[in-house]
Design a protein around this ligand. Sequence first.
Ligand code: G3P
Ligand code: MG
Length: 233
Amino acid sequence: MEIIAHRGASGDFPENTLLAIEQALLQGADAIEIDVYAVEDELIVIHDPKLERTTNGSGTIYQHALSYLLQLDAGQGQRIPTLWQVLQLTHGKCWLNIELKGKNTAEPLLALLTKAEQQLGLDPAQLLVSSFNHHLLLQLQQACPALKLGALTASLQLNYARYVADLKFYSIHCDVNFIDQSLVDDAHALGLKAYVYTVDELEDIHAMQQLGVDGIFTNYPARSRVIASEHLT
Ligand code: G3P
Ligand code: MG
């Protein structure tokens, strides 16, 4: 079961910052999940469209110039990173799950992937792009068929694995409160990976191992790894 650092090692460090990502790498995470919005054709790494919870700014990301957003304090002196900075930091070290939020992310992402291929030698297959917006994922699939795509859901829909398999996506990303054995089994029978968010508690980690999920998003990568290693199935 892979350990995916949710917003970096966000349990102990400011979420979605380069510091949290560096710490997740130090903690031996298999992958890192980040949340991304488009502002002025740049992709920035932050979870909420509102600035108050995680930065010293106020209002929404769309009310401000990019230059203002990038100088805010995102905790412990960290800045809101760009996706380009995160790609540079993680390339060759772990795989990256880019969760697309907000609007107008497709074009800047495709442009950034081209830049990353040219300048870093990044293979799009090293990335997993996910979203609750499945229209957006389809758009990306048409533009870049090599991209691995993950369909996020916050509910337990009927025939969800079949639906995602028919879209020819790579994975289902489900809420820990809804995942069950039949969904995991259906996903695997259809050749899909099953990832679950957000899994921090001992009982949940063990339950996910029991279900045979492929990976968990956790805010505490090192601790979750230890808990999982104590309960190998
Ligand atoms: O990608 C998994 C998880 O991060 C989805 O929910 O709100 O934490 O971005 P959220
Ligand atoms: Mg997320």
